[in-house]
Design a protein around this ligand. Structure first.
Ligand code: CP3
Length: 344
């Protein structure tokens, strides 16, 4: 494995003295250069669909910090839009979509095969990045997991408890499952195109996996992730996949084996020592520093960072936060985290 990029080595199962590091939402509003480029693009969605500017914001944290990986700049809600849902962002509040709660709403969605017309600029962003990234930096593509994407499509917005999606799951299971199947199919094609364009790893974000319990978790979080991973590895042998069933808790155990993902990303609600003993035994893990440290900094940040590196040092590990960095973070705290990981 000598000569391979650090992130790919971790995903192949190699334990390293200094783990590779990147950060969820590393291109984001805490960076002044991101805010400037976003203003130039006009708004968030225009930035996602402007390949040159989306590539630029993806590169900004790589230039500033030298992270081991860059994650494509886009959003998990572009898939619903490409399937025909209306999508817009309300400043200070978040995303809004046309809702899907009836068969008639579902019938208005296009087939999975139609998504590329909308999503072609995203593949172009990937192509630009695979040319422009430093040779040691790994390019990560991504999509939302079907359950998480469906929670937004059903409710038409983010919800604290995913109530509307749970209600549809109970009241019209056939429609709910048809929606999940459509998103799954579109996601496989979308990630496949990202890989063809140059993504070297893909990550599946299931931000609301934790609200599915017991058999529902297995059916609607684990199984779609398994299907997507199997289809991608069939089409692109050897492509590494990172799964992020956020707040899965005990359900993190065995997730990699059951789905075939090469790495499980952990949120910060699980202790690193527990995760090392129960999750890392199956392969690479990613995580899991609390994002609040990027706001508060100081000795607490250093102590928790060291604790995580120490806990995972006997196996393959990718250092990351447990969730995305927030807009109120201090860029200097990001540097302190990186220096602590790389310098001890
Ligand atoms: O990690 C990265 O840097 C890659 C790009 C990325 C974004 N969103 C950019 C973004 C990724 C991987 C996402 C994933 C995403 N998007 C998720 C899953 C991960 C998670 O955070 O749980 C979800 C649920 C979304 C949907 C979404 N997009 C919401 C709820 C919001 C609004 C919340 C907010 O922070 O304002 C977005 C907007 C968004 N996506 C921003 C960024 C950088 C902020 C947009 C801005 O500039 O105003």
């Amino acid at each position: 494995m000598a000569g391979q990029k650090k992130l790919l080595r971790a995903l192949a199962g190699e334990k390293q003295d200094v783990p590779p590091i990147w950060m969820m939402r590393q291109a984001g509003r805490y960076l002044p250069e991101y805010r400037a480029t976003r203003a130039e693009a006009g708004d968030f969605l225009s930035l996602c669909y402007n390949s040159d500017l989306a590539a630029e914001v993806t590169l900004q944290p790589i230039r500033r910090y030298g992270f081991d990986a860059a994650i494509l700049f886009a959003d998990i809600l572009l898939i619903p839009q490409a399937l025909g849902a209306d999508l817009w962002f309300v400043t200070g509040e978040g995303p809004r979509l046309s809702t899907i709660t009836t068969e008639a709403d579902f019938a208005k969605l296009g087939p999975a095969s139609d998504i590329h017309e909308t999503l072609n600029p995203i593949y172009e962003t990937v192509r630009i990045l695979s040319r422009e990234l430093p040779s040691e930096t790994t390019l990560i593509g991504f999509a939302g997991a079907p359950w998480t994407v469906a929670t937004y499509m059903i409710a038409g917005r983010g919800t604290p408890d995913q109530g509307p999606a749970h209600a549809l799951r109970e009241e019209n299971t056939a429609l709910f499952e048809a929606l999940l199947a459509r998103i799954t199919e579109a996601t496989i094609d979308y990630l496949s195109k990202q890989i063809e364009a140059g993504a070297e790893v893909v990550k599946i974000f299931d931000s609301w996996a934790g609200s599915l319990k017991g058999a529902d978790f297995d059916k609607y979080a684990l199984e779609p992730c398994r299907q997507i991973t199997a289809a991608l590895k069939d089409r692109h042998p050897g492509i590494p996949v990172i799964g992020f069933p956020r707040e899965a808790g005990e359900k993190y155990v065995g997730f990699a084996k059951a789905t075939g993902v090469d790495c499980v990303a952990l949120d910060n609600s699980v202790d690193p020592e527990w995760a090392a003993a129960n999750v890392q035994l199956d392969g690479c893990v990613q995580g899991n520093l609390a994002s609040r440290h990027m706001v508060t900094g100081g000795q607490d940040l250093v102590d928790d960072t060291r604790r995580i590196v120490e806990a995972f040092k006997n196996g393959p590990h990718i250092f990351n936060l447990g969730h995305g960095i927030t807009p109120d973070a201090d860029p200097d705290n990001v540097q302190l985290m990186i220096d602590t990981v790389r310098g001890g």
